[in-house]
Write a new protein. Structure first.
Length: 277
């Protein structure tokens, strides 16, 4: 399987388009996203098999258990000169077109992130010995924990290289201890709201970090909180069930449907390479 972190693929293509124009060109974004999927299928399909498109939903469950999760991103978007309402409308339109027309499984679970989808599939199909190869197509560092399985690899489409983690379990523990500023998750020594209140994290010395790595403070409340946010084994069980049900369901789209879409949208260059999808 090739597990595609769709949001990362779409955002990276969108940002490339916005470098040359101030507003969203939906036709260009559509072409770039579909062409990216074609290239990934052509590059990796023989070794890893079929693509599975993994999508973010909205109102993430992590915000319910930790209100400060990704809390700064809304403010960052409001300060941005970009029209994010227009951007999200365009991306949602392309996502729906992929689901309805492309010959790939598209998985989206209510209140779940693509991280939950990818993590659930990897924990279900990951093997220490043997097993069908699985490729995670994303540069997201959170997925390094999933390399605990021998049949799982990760490729960053932005960096255009494989990401290798030699100690996935150690990486996960360190990630829990240090938190993730980008997601609004502080280290375990700091209050959960430190980023939204404008405070500073309590420094974690190398000595303290080493002590925690040797003896993880698993009963410490902030450790448990960060583990729930970071460890992809902790996706809620009903979401895992939904992911696997969608994985085992039939595909909605087909190459014929995709060809009809390309003809309707006058995507001449992609019509010529339809067999590569």
């Amino acid at each position: 399987m090739i597990l595609v972190d769709l949001n990362q693929v779409m955002i990276s293509n969108l940002m490339m388009q916005l470098q040359s124009a101030p507003s969203v060109d939906r036709d260009l974004v559509r072409h770039m996203v579909f062409n990216s999927l074609r290239m990934y299928k052509k590059k990796f399909g023989n070794k890893y098999g079929d693509m599975v498109i993994c999508c973010d939903d909205k109102n993430y469950w992590r915000k319910e258990v930790f209100p400060y999760y990704k809390a700064s991103r809304k403010g960052d978007r409001e300060k941005s000169p970009l029209d994010w309402n227009e951007i999200f409308t365009a991306l949602n339109e392309v996502r729906d077109e992929i689901r309805e027309n492309a010959p790939y499984k598209v998985i989206q679970v209510e209140h779940a992130e693509a991280d939950d989808v990818i993590g659930t599939i990897c924990h279900e199909h990951g093997q220490q010995l043997g097993g069908d190869p699985i490729l995670i197509l994303s540069g997201d560092k959170d997925f390094q924990q999933l390399q605990e399985y021998a049949n799982i690899e990760q490729y960053s489409p932005i960096l255009k290289k494989f990401i290798k983690c030699n100690d996935p379990q150690g990486y996960l523990l360190e990630h829990i201890l240090k938190g993730d500023r980008g997601d609004g998750v502080p280290n375990i020594l700091s209050p959960g709201d430190v980023f939204v209140t404008g405070g500073r994290q309590k420094p974690m010395s190398k000595k303290k970090m080493s002590e925690f790595m040797q003896n993880p403070p698993i009963d410490y409340e902030r450790f448990k909180e960060n583990a729930m946010l970071v460890d992809l084994k902790q996706t809620p069980q009903h979401m895992k069930v939904d992911v696997l049900e969608q994985l085992n369901s039939s595909i909605t789209g087909s190459k014929m449907k995709l060809l009809d879409l390309f003809i309707a949208k006058r995507m001449k260059l992609l019509i010529e390479v339809i067999e590569e999808f």
